[in-house]
Write a protein that binds this ligand. Structure first.
Ligand code: SF4
Length: 109
């Protein structure tokens, strides 16, 4: 599924039409920790960090970054979005910035 399909399902706001992630693989914006048993925990965490950086680089040049970040700060029933890179912020960054206590149990990775 392309990111535009994902955003089209999740977001019904005009700014989405200008999103830099349109046409990109949605998995880039919802990276998960690999379950590769042959790698150490540190290697897996580094892989995840690199995956998140790829998405953040796309967001960095996005013309609707502010709108996207603002949306993600309230899109979960008025609370910050729990998953994914939105507006260049990952889950922990978003929860820290918007003052909602980050719940480790919510993490998929
Ligand atoms: S800020 Fe990132 S996730 Fe948000 S619309 Fe732009 S490219 Fe997509």
């Amino acid at each position: 599924m392309a990111a535009e399909d994902c955003l089209a399902l999740l977001v019904r706001e005009d700014w989405q039409n200008q999103a830099a992630c349109r046409g990109k693989d949605v998995d880039v914006f919802f990276p998960e920790l690999s379950d590769d048993k042959g790698k150490t925990k540190e290697q897996l965490k580094e892989e995840l960090r690199v995956k998140k950086e790829l998405a953040k680089r796309i967001c960095f040049n996005c013309p609707v970054r502010e709108e996207c970040e603002e949306y993600s700060s309230r899109s979960n029933a008025g609370q910050p979005e729990e998953y994914g890179i939105w507006g260049g912020l990952d889950e922990e960054e978003r929860f820290r910035k918007y003052g909602f206590p980050f719940n480790q149990s919510l993490r998929r990775h």
